[in-house]
Design a protein around this ligand. Structure first.
Ligand code: PGA
Length: 263
């Protein structure tokens, strides 16, 4: 994993947006996996700015969101579908037909989950998957104990996740208890992975998934098994990393090697 520590939320957002923009410029029909939550809001704002001011073209890309609350219709104000439209899709020239979010109010979650996996395969697989991380170490809604082989399916939310996400709802009781989420296995098949994290509340879990053992108790630790994963985090989220100096040294010196191999 490449660990990129940035000073604050703003620079984390600009750095991660620059990585995504670079991939879109390299491949105009990129298949992009997307995440929701507070963390990527700044990244999406910066991508919208790059579209507006620098003509970053989203017209040929396909997106797949990681997850959606079970039972919420796509038009529900708390749905992740709405989140994506508010925070990114309506600000760029995306084709609505190629913006996939699991349908939360599906009559048959099992059929929907299989269909979602098929759509990912039909699109040629995910080129770059953007991830946030929950305080319990989840990626998507793959709560502690999720198999690393898991595919898109319904997952029950962990108590801490329900508490953390209550801020978006009228009360904790209103937070759906289940979600449809890509599995850890689905996520690991993405060609590249970008995980972003911000704030002191994520410091402990960032240490755990980056420097601790690979375990389904911290599903983000599965990224240690991926051949191309970048983690962009701010100073607060990086505060408990033991090998911070090493990561910073790599960040500041990798251009030397890149120059030598002519990249
Ligand atoms: P957050 O959520 O960005 O709102 O902290 C991250 C997550 O739960 O994956």
């Amino acid at each position: 994993m490449e660990i990129v520590i940035t000073p604050d939320y703003g620079s984390m957002s600009r750095t991660s947006a620059a990585i995504i923009a670079n991939e879109i410029r390299r491949k105009h029909d990129l298949v992009l996996g997307l995440a929701t939550g507070d963390t990527p809001v700044g990244t999406y704002r910066e991508l919208a700015r790059l579209h507006r001011e620098e003509g970053l073209d989203f017209s040929k890309i396909t997106t797949f969101n990681l997850d959606e609350y079970l039972g919420l219709a796509p038009v529900h104000k708390n749905s992740y579908n709405q989140f994506m439209w508010e925070n990114l899709f309506k600000h760029v020239n995306m084709s609505p037909h190629r913006a996939f979010v699991p349908q939360g109010n599906t009559a048959d979650p099992e059929v929907l989950s299989e269909w979602y996996e098929q759509q990912i395969r039909k699109a040629g697989g995910i080129d770059l998957q953007v991830l946030g991380i929950g305080r319990d170490g989840h990626i998507g809604f793959n709560e502690p104990g999720s198999s690393f082989a898991s595919r898109t399916r319904v997952k029950g939310l962990y108590e801490q996740t329900i508490k953390d996400n209550a801020r978006f709802f009228a009360s904790e009781a209103d937070v759906p208890r289940f979600a449809i989420t890509m599995g850890v296995g689905t996520i690991l098949e993405a060609r590249k992975i970008l995980l972003i994290a911000s704030g002191a509340g994520k410091a402990e879990v960032c240490h755990e998934f980056i420097e601790g053992p690979v375990t389904s108790q911290v599903t983000a630790s599965a990224l240690q098994l991926h051949s191309f994963a970048i983690v962009v985090l701010d100073e607060e989220a990086a505060a408990k990393l033991k090998r911070k100096e090493y990561y910073n040294w790599i960040r500041d010196n990798k251009h030397v090697v890149q120059k030598q191999i002519g990249r």
